[in-house]
Design a protein around this ligand. Structure first.
Ligand code: ZN
Length: 295
């Protein structure tokens, strides 16, 4: 009976997410404002629903897939663009969006820790048990995070928020609130590692993992300032999904992958700044000066 109720709650949460995305989609607002609404309105609402009900991770991942396809469209990036690029925090290009799956896992761990602490103190046990007779799924990932914590102490900061500030703290001396923060940082770190592993296997879209570039954080202020086509260009240039001769060739939309001007391989680097013919004809200079005169 309670299983059926959970199932219905999960379905209704999924339906609400879909309905909200659809409504936002046809709202007539600009793409970046729709993306802003995801981060500041849908995400907090979904987080609340998903932690109140026992939503399995697979359902959360399903909802995130739908969110990804909407975010891509709202930001003007092609469907093949990796969703890792939307949320990664350790990449050179960081967008101001949070992943539903990551936030969900962090919240689950927080709930599991609170539950365990209250059980240890013999407080609040009954209240929590009647709401959900089943074991918290999060306890496994919580145990993993706590185990990992010992390995991460003293290691260079890899996680997102504050890991660098708390890594010197000792687990044994930390109070429950501090421990919760420590575990959450580790959960985020693990999620980030999974994303990075995924992106390395992506071929051209993962090429940036081999670049030695300063990190760039794209803030909301940047997004408001940029034209939609500039946002799209920035992301597509970074993940090498611009329609360069090489990419068009790979996508089967063009017979040869060479640059029309000099017959060299038309990679992104070549087209944007490496073409000798373009250089000789002063085209880059023209574009460069054009940028200066219009801004
Ligand atoms: Zn060329």
């Amino acid at each position: 009976m309670s299983h059926l109720r959970d199932h219905n709650n999960v379905r209704s949460t999924e339906k609400q997410a879909e309905g909200w995305l659809k409504k936002t989609d046809v709202s007539g607002l600009s793409g970046k404002f729709k993306a802003w609404l995801y981060q500041h309105s849908l995400l907090p609402r979904l987080m609340w629903l998903m932690t109140v009900y026992e939503v399995p991770l697979t359902a959360v991942e399903g909802v995130e897939l739908k969110i990804n396809s909407h975010l891509r469209r709202w930001l003007g990036i092609p469907p093949g663009f990796t969703s890792v690029g939307l949320y990664i925090r350790s990449g050179q290009l960081q967008l101001p969006f949070s992943s539903l799956v990551e936030e969900f896992q962090v919240a689950k761990c927080r709930v599991a820790m609170t539950f365990r602490d209250s059980r240890d103190n013999k407080v609040g046990e009954a209240g929590i048990k009647t709401r959900s007779g089943r074991k918290w799924e999060a306890s496994a990932s919580l145990a993993l995070a706590e185990r990992n914590f010992k390995d991460i102490i003293g290691a260079p900061c890899t996680g997102r928020q504050g890991l660098g500030m708390i890594h010197f703290q000792e687990w044994g001396k930390a109070n429950p609130v501090e421990r919760r923060a420590m575990v959450q940082a580790v959960v985020r770190g693990l999620e980030e590692e999974r994303s990075k592993a995924k992106v390395v296997g992506l071929g051209p879209q993962g090429a940036w993992t081999r670049w030695d570039l300063p990190k760039r954080k794209v803030t909301w202020a940047d997004l408001w300032r940029l034209e939609p086509c500039q946002i799209s260009f920035l992301l597509r240039a970074f993940y090498d999904t611009l329609p360069t001769p090489v990419n068009l060739h790979r996508w089967g939309m063009r017979d040869d992958p060479t640059c029309k001007l000099c017959r060299q391989k038309g990679t992104m680097a070549h087209i944007l700044s490496g073409c000798k013919t373009t250089l000789a004809q002063g085209r880059y200079r023209w574009r460069h000066d054009k940028v200066l005169t219009t801004s």
